[in-house]
Design a protein around this ligand. Structure first.
Ligand code: PEP
Ligand code: MG
Length: 564
């Protein structure tokens, strides 16, 4: 049985909660460094000539790539795609040439791998967006190649003998996808925010998770900690009986959440609209199985990440119809027009070489110098709507002015569809009442709204404390938008990650938000949480969150209001 080392160490570390659940277990560390001694012993490897050194690199690259392929075979979906891409990167000819060149210049293979990866990493970083994110993958490959060369075990998540709490500075996709959920009680990382790889995989696997926990890696291996994925705490030295009680009560609660099947309503019977975020036909089909009233965000650009040329109207219509079709028979789908640019580089649409892509020509702004792109997409969406007979709403991303909203709405209505805009730029939230004079609905994208309100890159793992939708300034913008919706009698939904947070969902409904759209996996926990609280409690939660001093205080205040 788990025992706490209460005599020697007591304390609470705090971070950003990602997946709820209270668990207790011993800490295991993820090894991301290879022993310096092993590298020193290896030196330049003592190879007879450059060809022999490059041959050793080739063997290491193949072994690392094969290990990625094997892992990809054991998982599915996004995780498999990430691992397959990493295998491709390990076998990359450009990387090999850079290593061979470096070896030819007299470096040993370890030094050559480091130099080549540095070179690639700086190219990827300067490209920004998704390419910059791949630097984490590159660094992971670098560690694996060097470990193989010097004969050390592969770095990454250990396979613990007993269920444990995995603690790391940050996790690479290959680390998280090799996790065995039956052995991993919780994930705790020092870095990373709500949109980090760790957070995404933890949500998919349903493993309690807290990220951005300063000081986590200093907790020694074997020390028993109590992790609370809702409060965002990691505690050591907790009384064993107290810990057992909290773990059991959380287990019961999670079992109740999993059993919830809808329809969504508050405890006093006020209906709540829950919707799914989808990326393509397959995810739309999967989400249609959940208790949702439709799709609140179809990210069309995700269908085209690998396309060099703009697909024809016909081809686009086929793709969109595959997303609409599962919702025939009374449900509806909100299609977002291309949100290319910044973190979503779409070759045929996004502008290159922008100084500051997040503030550049992205989203709706792309149609300023390429109006045909928007026209063709709207034609394709209208065709798909007609073919499937599914009620289709269309919204534009990155809208900053009422003029932009009015121009877009005219184009959508010409095609007989319902027109809305996303509220992702603070200017749109502040003018939500005027926006609603020209559109039929608003949908708040809290990921970008947070990024722009807090002036903090949503991908920056060191800024997780700012890129948190619980920031009171972000909540104020959401509240202004929701109030405008109530006054105008028009729908105002939330489709960013905030909607997937069961605790925050109560406050959003309390503010007057009319729908919550989220990853399919989050629907049941959110629905079950809302079923437990009255509308008045939601309003009290909204007040508590809005008036809190900071995100942590907001979470604590809402938990207190809801009696958690
Ligand atoms: C958002 O910004 O909150 C949003 C839903 O859009 P995306 O995450 O695709 O930028
Ligand atoms: Mg966005």
């Amino acid at each position: 049985m788990t025992t706490f080392d209460s005599a020697t160490s007591v304390g609470v570390l705090r971070g950003t909660p990602v997946v709820p659940g209270v668990v207790a277990g011993p800490v295991v560390h993820v090894r991301d460094e290879i022993s310096a001694d092993a590298i020193e012993r290896f030196g330049d490897g003592g190879f007879a000539d450059a060809d022999a050194a490059v041959a050793a690199y080739d063997e290491a690259a193949e072994a690392v790539a094969e290990a990625f392929v094997a892992r990809a075979g054991a998982v599915s979906g996004g995780a498999a795609a990430v691992l397959t891409a990493s295998a491709g990167l390990a076998r990359d000819k450009g990387l090999r040439s850079a290593v061979a060149k470096s070896v030819g210049e007299g470096r040993g293979p370890v030094e050559a791998v480091r130099a080549a990866v540095d070179q690639f990493a700086s190219i990827f970083s300067s490209m920004g967006g998704l390419m910059a994110e791949r630097v984490t993958d590159l660094r992971d490959i670098e560690r694996r190649l060097i470990a193989h060369l010097v004969g050390e075990p592969q770095p990454g998540v250990p396979a613990p003998d007993e269920p444990s709490v995995v603690v790391a500075s940050d996790l690479a996709p290959s680390d998280t996808s090799s996790l065995d959920p039956s052995r991993v009680l919780a994930l705790v990382t020092e870095r990373g925010g709500a949109t980090s790889h760790t957070a995404i995989i933890a949500r998919q696997l349903g493993i309690p998770c807290v990220v951005g926990v300063g000081g986590a890696v200093a907790v020694e291996e074997g020390v028993v900690v109590l992790v609370d994925g809702e409060a965002g705490t990691v505690e050591r030295g907790v009384d064993p009986d107290d810990a057992a009680r909290r773990v059991e009560s959380s287990r019961r609660r999670r079992a109740a959440l999993a059993a919830w099947t809808g329809p969504a309503a508050t405890a006093d019977g006020v209906p709540v609209k829950l919707l799914a975020n989808v990326a393509d036909g397959a995810s739309a089909e999967g989400a249609a199985e959940e208790p949702v009233e439709g799709v609140g965000l179809f990210r069309t650009e995700l269908c085209f990440l690998d396309r060099a040329e703009e697909p024809s109207v016909e081809e686009q219509a086929d793709i969109y119809a595959s997303v609409l079709a599962p919702y025939a028979g009374g449900r509806y789908v909100v299609v977002r027009t291309l949100d290319a640019g910044s973190d979503k580089p779409i070759a045929f649409a996004a502008h290159e070489d922008e100084e500051n892509p997040a503030l550049g020509v992205r989203g709706l702004r792309l149609s300023i110098d390429n109006p045909g792109l928007m026209d063709r997409q709207l034609d394709a969406i209208a065709l798909a709507a007609e073919r499937t007979g599914v009620e289709t709403w269309v919204m534009a991303p990155m809208v900053a002015t009422v003029d932009e909203a009015a121009g877009f709405a005219a184009l959508v209505r010409e095609r007989g569809l319902r027109a809305g805009v996303m509220v992702e730029v603070p200017s749109a939230a502040l003018l939500a009442d005027r926006m609603l004079e020209v559109v039929d609905f608003l949908s708040i994208g809290t990921n970008d709204l947070t990024q722009y309100a807090m002036a903090a890159d949503r991908m920056a793992t060191d800024l997780a404390y700012l890129t948190d939708p619980w920031q009171p300034a972000v909540l104020q913008l959401i509240s202004i938008t929701a109030r405008a919706g109530v006054a105008a009698g028009k729908p105002v939904g939330v489709c960013g990650e905030a909607a997937a947070d069961p605790l925050l969902a109560t406050a959003l409904i309390g503010m007057g938000v009319t729908s919550l759209s989220m990853a399919a996996r989050a629907v049941r926990p959110v629905g079950a949480q809302l079923a437990e609280v009255t509308l008045d409690a939601c309003r009290a939660a909204a007040d508590a969150a809005l008036t809190a001093a900071d995100p942590m205080a907001g979470r604590d205040a809402v938990r207190a209001v809801l009696g958690h």
